[in-house]
Design a protein around this ligand. Structure first.
Ligand SMILES: Cc1cc2nc3c(=O)[nH]c(=O)nc-3n(C[C@H](O)[C@H](O)[C@H](O)COP(=O)(O)OP(=O)(O)OC[C@H]3O[C@@H](n4cnc5c(N)ncnc54)[C@H](O)[C@@H]3O)c2cc1C
Length: 491
């Protein structure tokens, strides 16, 4: 018997479990994946980036109905196992309506101040390293960051100085990495590398570990949830079915917290035909418009290992000339020759080594605006991703601004490449919160309007994508949902 079933052990599920564990309720976390084994090749870029060793063999369909392998990870800890561990808050302005070049980002049902206490709690749970005050767009914090920022390596410190001289204002990225522990496992960056419990603060090592320290929390791995069954009498979710080792199991908890990730949570609701009286489930799928930039200077020697320590928000709230916002720029994890080769297979390895040794790599992110026609649907039982990119005017300008600033900082060649739609790393929306049951699937506390014992507390609940990495906001929303459920259990 369980009181609460949590589906998925990623950022949302693990954070919800950590928040609910002290209640003493019997909690079962159902996770379709397994723990990533602690083996040395987990740090092998060739195996990770060229052989996609940690991807599942799942296929989704694109808009033409052609199958593709999505960059979505199914392990204990979900996508956070391979994430870049940038744990940054949405800006206060992201909670308000904001005019963008190609449309409007709508207001959330509540302001930044409402979520701020759970951002504080999420930063504590994920032991965020950062420097309050170094980013002019940083919203108000009641507490300082729990740890000092991860230091720039010497080569990266020179890039920071060069950018400052070119007029930019780099800030230390808030990160969930214990850098000494991470490097003791191998001299690599962490962005895109799987964490074998060696210094990355992710859903498994922080949220889930906190939850499993309580005897009332159980994790069942290899448990793929296949359906949610509503009770026709009272509209509550009566049962959760899952498959494990070829056998179907059925649980009948009092409360269900769905955290399978934005795409999989929407797919499960659609498949189960629940929670969708509004016809909003699966709609407003968002994924950042993101580009990788490589800035090359033959005189610059990049001997950095991890690189990913600063960002630039100079064009986050406006384009710098009073025009609409463009987005965030941050260092990528170091693009080593194997990663370069994985992306440009025709590049001879010696050239890949030369370019990588004299270049520094950035990631430019712009907000994707919610559009009901940008959506997940099921086609013959398969997931079909009908992503309609939006706001590309802002993204093109962001990439242009970043290039001209890097050139002014002495990098004569700057190349960029747009990430394509098969990499849904920052997927969100699809089961969004709102004030109106006609236009949203969840109320502002992440509770399904249609089934009052069902909560969705992963990236699906986010009504806007903002232009910063989503995981800390997912964690904050899940911790807030846990407190809502706690209040209900106490009552
Ligand atoms: C390479 C990469 C780098 C990233 N870098 C960053 C970063 O630096 N900062 C940041 O903020 N974000 C980053 N992200 C995004 C971040 O990882 C996600 O926003 C976050 O993990 C979303 O949390 P979630 O709970 O919605 O989904 P997930 O963390 O993906 O968790 C979903 C979980 O549900 C499980 N599941 C799915 N279906 C079922 C089912 N039917 N039954 C049981 N279990 C199921 C999955 O296996 C998974 O464990 C990155 C993502 C990737 C892929």
């Amino acid at each position: 018997m369980s009181d609460i079933v949590i589906i998925g052990s990623g950022m949302g599920g693990a954070s919800a479990a950590a928040g609910l564990a002290p209640t003493g309720a019997r909690i079962v976390v159902l996770e379709r994946g397994e723990r990533i084994p602690d083996d040395a090749p987990a740090r092998d870029p060739n195996r990770i980036f060229r052989n996609s060793a940690f991807l599942s063999n799942e296929t989704w369909l694109d808009e033409k109905g052609d199958g593709f392998s999505p960059g979505n990870y199914y392990h204990v800890g979900g996508n956070s196992k391979l994430y870049g561990a940038v744990l940054i808050r949405y800006r206060a302005e992201d909670f308000e309506e904001m005019q963008h070049a190609d449309g409007v980002s709508p207001a959330w049902p509540f302001s930044y101040e409402t979520l701020a206490p759970w951002y504080d709690a999420a930063e504590r749970l994920y032991q965020v390293r950062g420097e309050a005050g170094s980013d002019p767009t940083e919203p108000l914090h009641s507490d300082p960051f729990p740890f000092a920022p991860v230091p720039d390596e010497p080569a990266i410190a020179t890039v920071r100085t060069r950018l400052q001289k070119a007029g930019a204002h780099p800030f230390s990225l808030p990160l969930g990495v214990d850098i000494e522990r991470w490097l003791s496992g191998g001299a690599t960056g962490w962005d895109g590398y799987p964490d074998t419990r060696s210094g990355k603060m992710d859903a498994e090592t922080c949220g889930l570990a906190t939850a499993l320290a309580h005897d009332n929390v159980e994790l069942i791995t290899g448990a793929r949830v296949t359906g949610l069954e509503p009770d026709p009498e009272n509209g509550r979710i009566a049962a959760v079915t899952y498959e494990r080792n070829g056998t179907t199991h059925r649980l009948t908890p009092g409360i269900v917290v769905l955290c399978a990730g934005a795409v999989q949570s929407a797919a499960l609701l659609l498949k189960s035909d629940v929670g969708n009286r509004s016809d909003q489930v699966g709609r407003c799928f968002m994924n950042h418009n993101a580009s990788a930039l490589i800035a090359f200077d033959p005189r610059f020697r990049n001997d950095a290992v991890y690189q990913k320590t600063f960002g630039i928000n100079d064009w986050y709230l406006s384009d710098g000339n009073g025009g609409p916002p463009l987005g965030n720029v941050q260092l990528l994890g170091r693009v080593v020759p194997d990663i370069l080769k994985a992306n440009v297979p025709s590049l001879p390895m010696p050239l890949a080594r030369y370019v990588s040794g004299h270049a520094v790599d950035f990631y430019a992110i712009s907000e994707d605006l919610p559009d009901p026609e940008s959506r997940i649907v099921l086609k013959g039982g398969d997931i079909q991703l009908l992503w309609k990119r939006s706001n590309m005017t802002a993204h093109d300008r962001l990439v242009g601004k970043t290039k001209s600033t890097l050139r002014a900082a002495g990098f004569p060649i700057v190349l960029s490449r747009l990430f394509d739609g098969r990499v849904p790393s920052h997927q969100c929306g699809t089961v969004r919160i709102g004030d109106d049951p006609a236009t949203s699937a969840l109320d502002p506390e992440c509770r399904a309007w249609d089934h009052r014992n069902l909560f969705v507390a992963d990236a699906a609940c986010l009504p806007t994508s903002a232009a910063v990495n989503p995981a800390l906001t997912v964690a904050a929303m899940a911790l807030r949902t846990a407190d809502t459920i706690k209040g209900e259990l106490a009552a």
